[in-house]
Design a protein around this ligand. Sequence first.
Ligand code: ZN
Length: 239
Amino acid sequence: MSSTSVALCGFVGGVGGLLTAWPAYRFSVAWGEPPRSTCATCGFSFTTWVRLKHRCAGCGTVSAVNPVWTALAGATSFALLAWALPVSFFLIACLFMALSGVLLSVVDLKVQRLPDPLVLVTFLGTAALLTLHAAVTGTWPQYARGWLGGGALLLAYLVFAVLPGAPMGLGDVKLAGVLGLVLGYAGWSSVFLGAILPFVVNGPFAVVALIRRGRKARSPFGPALLVAWLIVVVFAAHP
Ligand SMILES: [Zn+2]
């Protein structure tokens, strides 16, 4: 892709990232609770899902992650993907995954969970776009390998998750399965890298959490999964 197109794609990712900060705040609730509909401090009702400010309109309390960070994450991931991959539905699937990833990462960092509805929408969107890519390019064997790769990563992370002292939960297992769809489409070496690299990415954060909060500390694993996925897709996967 030309540098103008890469920059344009990065800009679109930046705008997309900017808009994820507010929904991420509303989805950052404890397990089993519906998305946040009022301010925890003043009770102000939230009526919209689109909002650029990260302070409550009622009381001014800082309510969400600063949208500058989500915009930067969106812009960086979109520009990297556009730089690495040719224009295709596979690229669009990766962009969709990346933007969902920004949303999921913020929620995971805030409340240490990956809400099922968000992971489900990410799965359905990614699967639909990969199916379109296979239909347009006729790469059905690679498409089938995508489902196998997704299944393999799901099973591998299920085994990791039940091991004592595992840093990940069932939300991470499901997300690994969705990421595996894309990695499997690219090839088995990508699936293998995508299984190992999250532990490398998570390593320094796990050590810091251990030092600061002791052995019982649980730190979110979703962002490590997503960052590792992005690295593999950008630098290793060429379907
Ligand atoms: Zn408020």
